[in-house]
Structure formats: C-alpha cells, structure tokens
Design a protein around this ligand. Structure first.
Ligand code: AMP
Length: 679
C-alpha cells in the first residue's frame, strides 16, 4: 500500500468499502487483426475462452510462455544478470528498445503534437526542498515489515493480500463468514492504517514467507532514493519519484512562454525512481521506470474543453465508484453521458480519459481488457476533484497503467507557499469590474497582548476564514462583543473580542482576476503499458512437429520493433543483390528492417521473425518480383521488386491494410516448407 503518494491526506474513513467487484475472467486472446482460423488456434491459450473444448492454458503457463519469449529474444532481461541481477531493475534489449521508442513516438504524436503541449526535460536529481514542498519527503511511503531474524523486508499489505487470496483460492474448509471477512480485507486493504495492518498480520499468524520467522510491526518506509548533491554532503537531494514536479516548478516560465494564456499543457517523458520494498511482477513493479506525464493547467472556474465533442461518443468499460462499492462490475458507458451526468467531474478530465482510451487501443491494447476505474473516496487525495485509472487486464490481474487525476490547485499552491514565488494565472477583464471583497484585518497589537506566543497561529487562522465563517463571526461580534473560535494549529478554541479583528465587505474595482490554476494530470507508466501490450499481442500456433507451438507477437505496425524482413529464398548471389537493393529502398522509405542471409530454411526464418512480431516478410525468389508474407494470416502476394518498398510503407503507415493490398496483387501459394517450421 502506498501511503499518501503526493500527500494524499486520507479523509476520516467513512463506512468500510463494499467488496470490489470480482475481476473479469482473463481472456488471453490473439490480436483482433488475426483471421478467424488463426484466432481459433491462438485462443487455445485462453483459459476463459477455450475454443472447441481445447484444453486451456493456465495464467501461469501463458505468462511463462510470454516472458520466456521476451527474455530469449532480448525484449527485456534482468539488469546486471552476470552478477545475479537486482530485483526491480530491467534492461530493454534491441526489440524492446524499438517497441518503447515506437510507443513514445506515438505518445508524442497523439498528445504533445495534437494538443500543442509544451514539452520539457528536467533533471532526475532533485533538491530536497522541492520534494519537501510537494509532500514526498514526509509522505511518499509504503508500510513495511521485517523478518525479525534475517532482516528481510516485505510490504505489509502485500503479505496480508497474499494471505487472504491464498485462503480464498485454496482453503476448502473456509466458512462463508471467513470468506466474507477475507474479501472485505482485500477491498479495504488500501485504507488500513499501520496499526490495523499489524493487528491483522498478528491475528492471522502471518510470518516471513521465505523463513517462516516472526515479523516486526509495520512501519512507513520512504520510497525515494536519497542522494546528496555536490561533494560537501550538505545539500540533500533525491532521485525524482515522478516527473511532474519539474513541470510545476517551471509553471511561471511556461505560462509566460504560452503568452500568459490558459489552458495549456506541459509534458515530460523521463525516468522515475522508486525504491519499491519487494518488487515483483516483472516490468509491472520496478525501481526505475519511464513515466510520461502531462500537466494540463486550466481555470478552476471553467473546466470545459473545446474538443470534448471529438471523444464524447466513445463508449468503453467504466467502473464508477458507486458500482465498485455496490459490488457490481465495470460497464460500457458513453463518455459524453458519464460527463453530463456528473460521473466524471468535468469535460477536461473526460477529454483526457477519451484520449487515453484512443491512445491505448490504437497501440494494440484489447479494448475488452481495458477499463477506467474511478478512485474510491478514501483512495483519493482530499484536494483532488476526481481521479480515474486506466487499468489493463493481464495475467497478473487488472493493472493500473495510467492515472488521470484532477489535482485541483494543490501542487502549484504548495510550491508557491514554499518558494515564495507566486505560481498564479490572471484573467484580464475587458472592462474593470466592481466586486465585493471580504476584507479581514486582524489587529496584531490586540492579538499579541491576548495570545502572546500563539499570536501568529490565531492571526493566520483568522485570515484563512472562509466568507460564511467570517460573516458569522462579524454578526456575533456585533451582537455579543466576543466569540469562541477554533484554531486548528493550537488544537483548541480561543476567545476573539471585537477589538481584535475587523471584518468588512468592501467594494473594489478590479481590472483582472488572479487565481491558482487547477491541474489535470494524466500519468503514464510506459513499462506497464508495454508489458500489457506484449501479453495482449502474444499468441501461439501449431508448428510442424507434433505438439510444437510457435510463438507470435501480433504487434500492430505502429509498435512492431522491426517492420519487415528480407530473405533471399536460397543462397544465390543474384538473389542477394536483389535483397540488398530492396533493403536500400526500405531504408530510403524509413522502414526498419533486417536482411537474413543465413541460408536457414525459409520456414525457420519466418518463425524467428514471427516471434519478434515483424508484420511483413519479403522473400526474394526471383530477380524481377518477390513475395510478401503477412505474419498473422501467413497469406502471401507477389509484388514487383521496384514496387515492394512502397507497398510495405503503405501498410506500415496505415494508409492501406493487408486486406486492401491482397486485392491489388496476385496471391502466392506457399509451399509446405515455407509455411511451418521450427524456430
Ligand atoms: P503514481 O504516481 O503512483 O500514480 O504512478 C503513475 C504511474 O506510474 C502508474 O499509473 C503506473 O503506470 C506507473 N508506476 C507506478 N509505480 C511503478 C513501478 N514501481 N513500476 C512501474 N511502473 C510504475
């Protein structure tokens, strides 16, 4: 459980949450682009959707097949492997880097370019004062327990969660009451305090999983990596746990750069560092990861969005908090209705939810395994107006991959207070406006005489009064001459006399309105999105040998690490010359490709590139025309050598689909040897 990330002050707990709706069954389906025959074969891997009675593959077996392929083909590998590796640190290899670069390029196109966002690139090393102001130094913690003998550390909520899940899944003797209790704990896990977690761990006799030794009481562990800036050791700093703060502290300059106009958005892609207590789930929970964040600054009095109409007709799985609390499942809602009925707080937040949906589905995330879940009241920071997580279902369950939050004016205010720099926007009026303003003027002298050392606390509390409270005080002072007043920072009531404060409504002419903008923040965990994409695109199909399964990543062209391969059918110089000519044309067209001159059987070469998710393969079997094969359907067409690069480009750029191309060119019938082979 992450306590108060970015200072999420928890409100006093209302009634305990009803159990969360059961997660949807995991559907390990092939990509939607596959022809029906391939889909039927690939759905053999789907535990919840077995095809024609075929034995289903378990989640664990499916995950093992995916990660095995990913690591073997160097999409990613544990970092520092020759030294035994370090939990929560991974390297992306060549195809992984290419997929990541494609995802980030599309992110820039879909968000930065489309909205004219201001991109920045700030340092990872951050001075303490910045993260003190944002609340990270004090509150960016998870609750940890230690093995009392070995000192091994565990996340307290993970241990309790594993215990409850294990009981629910494996304990045949569980009574309905016990099952209800474990389900309830799973639902309220994020709300449990250190004391409550500790009490449950004791009550259930939970011990260290590796050694069975007793555990310490839970205590908060700050997730930031601490460092010091410069050799003196006097300037503490941290590796940033998110990129957002770099944007907030630059607000004034960015606002000026934007012509002092709102709304505008700034964006940043960069590394974030979190010293996770016990990282698990591969790329999903790591200690260093790429975040892509947007901070959209908007007038708090006008959160409409001019382009909301572009996304308002989208319909997808949404999981409002009422449905979660009532134990219902996510349902398909029309985004326009969700905003107009108030389920989503405002149009700008709704606009970004819609844009995130389009981004993820265009990347290749299965829309039926993507939902937008609203934060429950206790999950949300007290200052936040509304928060939704884009959750993607994979073999680990529903995973938060993008957080989309209306954080109101909290962050800019926090940095204004700490730095003394006013991070504000202003709206100039065409004509000066006469406004009535509440003016509270405490008398320092009177307060000093009455409250001595506490004078400042009383004065600040008086100045911070809202309009209603101030007017009530004025009325009481006028009728009774004194009033009891609660000063939170003193933790008690004090008596305020008429001479200590004057409260008036004054008429003033104003030429502009000054305000702290609200911020709407979509925050993308790029590694999580990529891992879910890997799972959603992966499928297997039978190979030539009995029981053999060939692995395929059915990436859409947009994310495929390599767009095309070029093979001479047999090792002949005249074919190699043609292959090199095609390679040159592909390079000139900007198409990433590989030439394979190894002389392996063509079937083997196809199988190897299918595993890398290469959408098209060109086989040179002639000096004037060549064959082009589609990865998923395995259909082949014959194309003139001089035309082939532009045909590949057409499909890769999305101007034509493979089906369109099939109409235009003669099909080529593959030989059995070409069709199937071991990798
Ligand atoms: P947060 O600031 O905690 O809301 O995180 C923003 C996004 O970062 C989340 O939606 C995740 O996609 C991603 N994320 C958070 N923690 C991790 C982690 N330890 N490893 C990988 N991705 C993470």
């Amino acid at each position: 459980m992450l306590l108060l990330r970015r200072v999420c002050f928890l409100l006093p707990s209302p009634s305990p949450r009803a159990p969360l709706a059961k997660p949807l069954p995991l559907l390990l389906r092939p990509p939607r682009t596959l022809p029906s025959a391939a889909r039927a074969l690939a759905s053999m891997a789907a535990p919840a959707a077995p095809a024609g009675g075929t034995a289903a593959m378990s989640r664990d077996a499916f995950r093992a097949a995916v990660t095995n392929t990913l690591e073997r083909r160097l999409f990613f590998v544990p970092s520092f492997k020759i030294y035994g590796g370090v939990a929560g640190l991974y390297d992306y290899g060549p195809p992984g880097c290419a997929v990541k670069a494609n995802v980030l390029a599309f992110w820039r196109q879909h968000f930065v370019l489309e909205e004219g966002m201001l991109e920045v690139d700030c340092p990872c090393v951050t001075p303490e004062v910045v993260l003190k102001a944002s609340g990270h130094v004090d509150k960016f913690t998870d609750l940890m327990v230690k093995d009392e003998k070995t000192g091994n550390c565990y996340r307290a909520d993970h241990l309790l969660k594993d215990f409850c899940k294990d009981k629910l899944e494996k304990d045949q003797t569980l009574s309905p009451e016990q099952a209800e209790e474990y389900n309830k704990i799973l639902a309220i896990l994020d709300d449990l305090s250190a004391e409550q977690l500790g009490a449950k761990i004791k009550e259930y006799g939970i011990v260290a999983p590796d050694t069975k030794n007793p555990l310490s009481d839970p205590y908060p562990f700050n997730l930031m990596f601490q460092t010091s800036i410069g050799p003196s050791g006097l300037s503490p700093g941290y590796m940033r746990p998110e990129t957002a703060q770099g944007i907030f502290v630059n607000f004034k300059d960015l606002y000026y750069y934007n012509g002092n106009k709102l709304p505008f958005a700034a964006a940043q892609i960069g590394q974030a560092f979190r010293n996770e207590i016990s990282p698990r789930q591969g790329l999903l929970r790591v200690r260093e990861f790429t975040l892509a964040e947007i901070e959209h600054f908007v007038d708090p009095e006008d959160k409409s969005h001019p382009k909301f109409g572009d996304v308002s007709d989208l319909e997808f799985l949404m999981f409002p908090r009422e449905d979660q609390m009532a134990g219902r499942s996510a349902t398909r809602l029309k985004l326009g209705n969700a905003v107009s009925e108030g389920t989503v707080n405002n149009e700008t937040l709704g606009y970004f939810i819609g844009r995130v949906y389009l981004f993820l589905t265009q990347l290749g995330i299965d829309k039926d395994r993507l939902r937008f879940r609203q934060h429950l009241p206790n999950e949300m920071a007290h200052y936040a107006a509304d928060c939704w997580d884009a959750e993607i279902e994979c073999s680990y369950g529903w995973i938060e991959c993008v957080g989309i939050a209306d954080r109101s004016a909290y962050d800019l205010r926090a940095h204004s207070d700490k730095s003394g720099e006013k991070l504000e926007a202003h709206e100039k009026f065409a004509e000066p406006r006469e406004v009535e303003k509440l003016v509270i003027t405490p008398s320092k002298k009177e307060l000093g005489l009455a409250f001595k050392g506490n004078q400042r606390m009383v004065l600040e509390a008086l100045e911070a009064m809202g309009e209603t409270e101030a007017l009530d005080m004025k009325a009481t002072l006028e009728s009774k001459g004194e009033v009891e007043f609660k000063v939170c920072t003193l933790g008690k009531d004090v008596t305020i006399k008429k001479s200590m404060v004057s409260i008036n409504i004054e008429k003033k002419k104003e030429h502009q309105r000054k305000f702290t903008p609200s911020v709407i923040e979509p925050s993308f965990g790029i590694g999580r999105i990529i891992y879910c994409l890997f799972e959603h695109c992966f499928y297997q199909r039978p190979g030539k040998a009995e029981d053999e399964q060939l692995n395929v990543f059915g990436f859409p062209p947009l994310v495929a690490p390599i767009k095309c391969t070029v093979f001479p059918l047999v090792k002949l110089e005249k074919f190699e010359v043609v292959a090199k000519k095609i390679s040159k044309a592909l390079t000139a067209a900007g198409i990433s490709h590989i030439i394979d001159m190894t002389g392996n059987t063509i079937g083997k070469r196809y199988a190897r590139t299918d595993e890398l998710g290469v959408p098209l393969a060109i086989t040179v079997d002639n000096t004037t025309s060549v064959t082009v094969r589609d990865r998923d359907s395995k259909d082949q067409i014959r194309v003139e050598v001089d035309e082939v690069a532009s045909v590949v480009k057409e499909v890769m750029d999305g101007q034509s689909t493979w089906a369109d191309i099939m109409w235009r060119y003669p099909t080529h019938t593959a030989s059995a040897a070409e069709d199937e082979a071991e990798p």
